[in-house]
Write a protein that binds this ligand. Structure first.
Ligand code: DGL
Length: 274
C-alpha cells in the first residue's frame, strides 16, 4: 500500500493534500506541518535547506514512498539537495506558476505574491529569466500573511488590511493575472477576489503538482490500493489538534470517507514516527 508524504512549513500544504485526495484517492497520506518553525519564508536559505532535508529524510524513514514538498519556499531552497540525498524516492516540488501566468495574461501584467525567500531564490530567478521580456511581473513578498493564516484568521480585518497593502502595487499596475507563489495563499482567495475583482485570473499550481505526483507514482510503479478507509495522519510540530481542526475547516474532501488521525511531534523530525 502506498504512503505519500506531504510536507509544508505549516497548514499551507493542506491545499495540495486536498487536491491529492481528489485526484489520487487510493493512497494513504502522512502530512507534516512544521508549524513551530513557520514562517520559513523569512528564514535564511541555509536553514530552510537543512531543515527541509531533515524533514524529508524522516518522512522517508517513516515509510513514505513519494514525498511532495508542498511549500514553494522549501522547494526553491532545498529540492535539488533533497533529490540528491533521497535518490530512490520521487520528490515532487511546487513553484510559482509564472510560466502559465505569462501565457494566459492578456495584458502581459502579472502579479506574483510569494515569500521573500522564494522571490530571492536562485531557482525562482532562473525560471523568471526564461520568460518573455514582454510580460511584466510585479513581485511582492507577502510578509506577515503566513502567521495570520496559521492562526486561522482567514477573514479577519487584520488579514484583509495586510493583504490590501501587499496587493496595492499590483492594483496600481493594473495586473490581470495573479500567481499564488505560496501554498498558504489559496486559503485567501475569497479575500483576494474581493480586493482585486473577480476578473483577475488566479494561478495556483496545486492541480499541476498533483498531476506530476500521479506521473511519478506511475513511473516508479507505486501501487494505488487501499483496503478499507484511506488514512490521513496529520503531524504538527506545534499542535496536532489545531492542525486537525484547520484541516477539517479547510479541506473540501469528504472527511467521512477518511480515517483521520493527528499528533503533535517534537521539533526533531527523527521523532516523527515514534
Ligand atoms: N507555504 C510555504 C510556501 O509555499 C511557506 C510559507 C512560510 O512558511 O513562509 O512558500
Amino acid at each position: 500500500m502506498a504512503l505519500i508524504g506531504v510536507f509544508d512549513s505549516g497548514v499551507g500544504g493542506l491545499s495540495i493534500l486536498d487536491e491529492a485526495l481528489r485526484q489520487l484517492p487510493d493512497h494513504d497520506y502522512l502530512y507534516f506541518a512544521d508549524s513551530a518553525n513557520a514562517p520559513y519564508g523569512e528564514k535564511p536559505p541555509e536553514w530552510i535547506a537543512e531543515r527541509s532535508l531533515a524533514v524529508c529524510q524522516s518522512l522517508a524513514e517513516a515509510g513514505c514512498q513519494a514525498i511532495v514538498i508542498a511549500c514553494n519556499t522549501a522547494t526553491a531552497e532545498a529540492i535539488q539537495h533533497i533529490r540528491a540525498e533521497l535518490k530512490t524516492i520521487p520528490i515532487i516540488g511546487v513553484e510559482p506558476g509564472i510560466k502559465p501566468a505569462a501565457l494566459q495574461s492578456q495584458k502581459g501584467l502579472v502579479g506574483v505574491l510569494a515569500t521573500e525567500a522564494t522571490l530571492n531564490s536562485d531557482k525562482f530567478n532562473a525560471l523568471l529569466s526564461t520568460l518573455p521580456r514582454d510580460c511584466q511581473f510585479i513581485k511582492q513578498a507577502g510578509a506577515g500573511l503566513v502567521p495570520l493564516i496559521e492562526s486561522g484568521q482567514l477573514n479577519a480585518p487584520e488579514t484583509a488590511a495586510l493583504l490590501a497593502q501587499h496587493l496595492q502595487p499590483m492594483r496600481t499596475a493594473g495586473i490581470d493575472t495573479l500567481v499564488l507563489g505560496c501554498t498558504h495563499y489559496p486559503f485567501l482567495v475569497p479575500l483576494i477576489l474581493n480586493q482585486l475583482g473577480s476578473s483577475v485570473l488566479i494561478v495556483d499550481t496545486s492541480e499541476a503538482v498533483v498531476r506530476q505526483l500521479a506521473k511519478q507514482l506511475e513511473a516508479h510503479r507505486i501501487p494505488s490500493e487501499v483496503a478499507g478507509k484511506r488514512s490521513v495522519l496529520l503531524l504538527s510540530t506545534a499542535d496536532g489538534a489545531r492542525l486537525h481542526s484547520m484541516a477539517m475547516q479547510l479541506l473540501r474532501s469528504n472527511m467521512a470517507e477518511l480515517s483521520i488521525d493527528f499528533r503533535t511531534v517534537g521539533l526533531d523530525p527523527a521523532a516523527l514516527c515514534r
